[in-house]
Design a protein around this ligand. Structure first.
Ligand code: G4P
Length: 521
């Protein structure tokens, strides 16, 4: 197959959800359909730490979660699918957000009984900002959940995205009969008495199936009529623009509706998209020269080695083993010799990887999150990755005051790597760390001890809201324990507000001070 065809068949996406909505279960089902795993349970076993071939940090095993996202690849219906996993535990981290910078689409899994939960909402905002398509899977229909129409309104009200159902539940919980599949004009029967899972609508219309007289089916038909009149029409362009989300109902645990979902998803999910450079030039995937960017760096994949893996999303061209690339930030040539790609249950050496794929480059400290690598005439860096404003803060000190050197070196490197964010108290000079998830602190502490031999003491400061200010408005007298004046690692001044109350109080007291959610000049 030529390169163009290879690139066009790539479908790269991430699943976003709140813990327990069923992301692991659905991922397993997808991998199973793709033949990437033989049995459901493999991904789950990894999650619970029963996975034999573990290449994770101790902390991941202890907590039974995946600290950093991995990549799973399989082929289905002529497409090469890359699923980028996003840590699903409450302790998610900036890596979860950054992973969303490397995908072309997102699948949002929602628990039908719970609706939209906190973490889904946060991840959705990032996806929405990027304007990429979102496909929704409302899960656990085998259990009693909320009214389907109610769930659709919630999507619009809470997330501000319009929705179009692709199928409709026929009952739910113990009354779950199946799914009315609008796309394929058929009903997928939940537990068919005669073993026939798919029944054409024409058969039901003629009354030639027991389900035809079932009150739950009648209700679904009524709902479908209502939706046809009052719902949003399916519009592919709006789906691709991220303005309309196709909604699929199903039950991942019983593998019901998942395959139909996968097939529909692959019909509409976009092929690899172009990526903008700092100059605003769009680099197309079919460009001959290779280019890519590092969206995360994972340390100690194999605890026996202190190696790090830089995850690279290929934007254009094709990766070839041993190829030389230019690292735009430093202008240096580096050879991509030791490269891996990630499968469901093993790390395989990359055979051919093209635009849309993710490769893992062995790293001894060369790369930073956001780095661009290119070949040939492509020489410009891609737009920088956004930083995600932290919410949680810790004060941090070296346990042994005599060991300041390794303490500062460790902090500097881990901050540069993007593992955590650094702030300094403007008045006292105290070092404060910011993260989007608690786990980032634990990983940081662990790595400081193991990699830099620096024992640290961390004092929780709780949640804070960060607001940057203009340097010319800086006045140390405005600082208090409720609004701490600090500087970020680029020396930009900011306040850490204890809560909304403190923020409002400050705004009343200093109305002339401009508070910004991001630093800008
Ligand atoms: P996550 O990755 O999003 O955190 O969720 P995960 O797939 O681990 O699923 C969370 C729980 O929900 C699991 O139950 C799982 O079996 C269950 N679940 C997932 N999909 C469905 C579904 O379609 N229907 C029903 N009824 N349950 C579903 P658990 O009790 O926490 O774990 P386990 O006992 O299955 O190991």
């Amino acid at each position: 197959m030529n390169r163009e065809e290879e690139i066009k068949k790539r479908r790269t996406f991430a699943i976003i959800s709140h813990p327990d909505a069923g992301k692991t279960t659905i991922t397993e089902q997808l991998l199973k359909f793709g033949g990437a795993i033989r049995e459901a349970g493999t991904v789950k076993a990894r999650k619970t730490g029963n996975f034999a071939k573990s290449d994770w940090m101790d902390i991941e095993k202890e907590r039974g979660i995946s600290v950093t996202s991995s990549v799973m690849q399989f082929d289905y219906a002529g497409k090469r699918v890359n699923i980028l996993d996003t840590p699903g535990h409450e302790d998610f981290s900036e890596d979860t957000y950054r992973t969303l910078m490397a995908v072309d689409a997102a699948v949002m899994v929602i628990d039908s009984a719970k609706g939209i939960e906190a973490q889904t909402k946060k991840l959705f905002q990032v996806v929405k900002h990027r304007g990429i398509p979102v496909f929704t899977f409302i899960n656990k229909l085998d259990r009693d959940g909320r009214e389907p129409l109610d769930l659709l309104s919630e999507l619009e009200e809470v997330l501000g995205i319009e929705s179009v159902p692709m199928n409709w539940p026929i009952g739910m919980g113990k009354n779950f009969q199946g799914l009315y599949d609008f796309t394929n004009d058929r009903v997928e029967v939940y537990q068919p008495a005669d073993g026939e899972r798919f029944v054409a609508l024409s058969v039901l219309t003629k009354g030639e199936h027991p389900l035809a007289s079932n009150p739950f089916y009648e209700q679904a038909v009524e709902d479908a009529e209502l939706l046809a009149d009052a719902g949003n029409p399916f519009d592919e362009a709006r789906v691709i623009a991220g303005k309309l989300t196709p909604v699929f109902f199903g039950s991942a645990l019983t593998s019901f509706g998942v395959q139909t979902f996968l097939e529909s998803f692959l019909d509409y999910a976009p092929e690899p998209h172009s990526h903008q450079t700092v100059d605003g030039e769009a680099i197309e995937p079919l460009e001959t020269d290779f280019s890519g960017f590092v969206f995360k760096i994972q340390a100690n994949m194999d605890p026996r080695h202190r190696d790090r893996i830089a995850f690279v999303r290929i934007v254009s061209g094709e990766f070839e083993r041993g190829m030389g690339v230019q690292l735009v930030r430093t202008g240096k040539q580096v050879k991509l010799a030791n490269v891996t790609q990630f499968m469901a249950d093993t790390r395989e050496n990359v055979q051919n990887a093209v635009a849309g794929d993710i490769i893992g480059v062995y790293d001894t400290g060369t790369y930073q999150v956001g780095d661009t690598m290119t070949t040939g005439k492509l020489k410009k860096a891609f737009e920088p990755l956004p930083t995600f404003t932290p919410e949680l803060f810790m004060r941090v000190q070296a346990k042994n005051v005599m060991k300041q050197k390794s303490f500062h070196k460790g902090i500097e490197q881990l901050v540069q790597e993007g593992a955590i964010q650094l702030y300094t108290n403007y008045t006292t000079g105290d070092i404060m760390l910011g993260a989007v998830g608690q786990l980032q602190f634990e990983v940081f502490k662990d790595r400081m001890e193991r990699e830099y031999h620096s024992d640290i003491v961390m004092t929780p400061m709780g949640k804070k809201s960060v607001r940057w200010i203009n340097p010319e408005q800086l006045d140390e007298k405005m600082s208090s324990s409720r609004n701490i004046l600090a500087r970020d690692r680029f020396d930009h001044p900011l306040f850490l507000f204890e809560n909304d109350f403190a923020l409002r109080w400050f705004k009343d007291k200093y109305p002339e001070v401009v508070l910004k959610e991001e630093f800008s000049v």
